[in-house]
Design a protein around this ligand. Structure first.
Ligand code: ZN
Length: 232
C-alpha cells in the first residue's frame, strides 16, 4: 500500500511549506481546499500559482503530486457571518480570541479531509496548524488535533494520522524549513506566490512577499522573515 498524504492546502505560506514537507516524504500527495467565501479568496487563487510552480520547478515532487480537491463550504461562511453581530464580537473579546475566528473551523476541515482521504486511500492528513505563534485558536491546538486523529480513525475504522509539521516552530523556523526542503527555489516560490495578508493586498511587494504590511498576518510574516535572515 502506498504511503500517501492529503495536505490541507490554502495557498498560504504555512500550507505551502507543509505541501513541500509531505512531497519530500511520501509517495503520493494530494491537496484539498475549502472555499467558504472568506475575504481572502485571493489566497485560493494563489494555490494554482503554487501548484504550477511546484510542477515546473521540482520534477521529483511533480511526479508525486496528485489530484487537487475543492470543497465548497459556503455553509461555514454563513455561520461565520454571526461574528459580525455585536453580541458575538463581545463574546470573542471576552475569550481573548480575534474577531476573525470562525468557531471550530479546523474540526470541520479535518472531517471533510478525512472523508476524502478515506476514498482516495490516503493515510495521512497534513495541516499547517501551529501553537507557537498562533492567535489563540483552540482548534489549532496540538491536543485538539490529536483528539481529532483518534476520533476520525475510530469513526472511519481506518488508521488515519494527523500531521502538523509546523506545530512547535515559529515563523522564522518555517522559512528555514522551506529552505531546507527546497532550497532557494522553494523560498522564492513562497515569497512570490503564497498569500498571508488579511487585507488581501497583492499590490505591495516586500522582501518577504506581497501584503499590506500592516495587518497581524503581514506583521507575523515580516517578523519571521527578518529573524530568519538575521540568523543565517
Ligand atoms: Zn496585510
Amino acid at each position: 500500500m502506498s504511503d500517501g498524504a492529503l495536505v490541507l492546502f490554502s495557498g498560504g505560506q504555512d500550507s505551502t511549506v507543509c505541501l513541500a514537507w509531505a512531497l519530500a516524504r511520501y509517495d503520493r500527495v494530494e491537496t484539498v481546499a475549502f472555499d467558504y467565501g472568506q475575504r481572502h479568496r485571493i489566497e485560493l487563487d494563489c494555490r494554482k500559482a503554487v501548484l504550477d510552480g511546484v510542477r515546473a520547478r521540482f520534477p521529483e515532487w511533480a511526479a508525486k503530486l496528485g489530484e487537487d480537491h475543492a470543497v465548497d463550504l459556503s455553509a461555514l461562511g454563513a455561520i461565520s457571518q454571526t461574528s459580525l453581530t455585536r453580541e458575538t464580537a463581545f463574546a470573542f473579546a471576552r475569550d481573548g480570541l480575534p474577531n476573525s475566528f470562525v468557531p471550530g473551523r479546523n474540526l470541520l476541515f479535518f472531517g471533510f479531509a478525512a472523508a476524502i482521504a478515506y476514498r482516495r486511500d490516503l493515510k495521512r492528513l497534513v495541516g499547517g496548524m501551529c501553537e507557537t505563534d498562533y492567535s489563540g485558536y483552540p482548534d489549532c491546538r496540538d491536543d485538539t488535533l490529536k483528539a481529532l486523529q483518534v476520533a476520525l480513525s475510530l469513526g472511519l475504522d481506518r488508521r488515519l494520522v494527523v500531521e502538523t509539521p509546523l506545530m512547535w516552530i515559529d515563523k522564522a523556523a518555517t522559512w528555514a524549513l522551506a529552505r531546507e526542503l527546497g532550497g532557494d527555489p522553494l523560498v522564492d516560490l513562497v515569497v512570490e506566490s503564497t498569500h498571508s495578508c488579511y487585507a488581501g493586498d497583492r499590490t505591495k511587494r516586500h522582501d518577504w512577499g506581497y501584503g499590506c504590511g500592516e495587518c497581524p498576518a503581514c506583521e507575523l510574516r515580516r517578523a519571521g522573515w527578518e529573524k530568519w535572515r538575521a540568523g543565517r
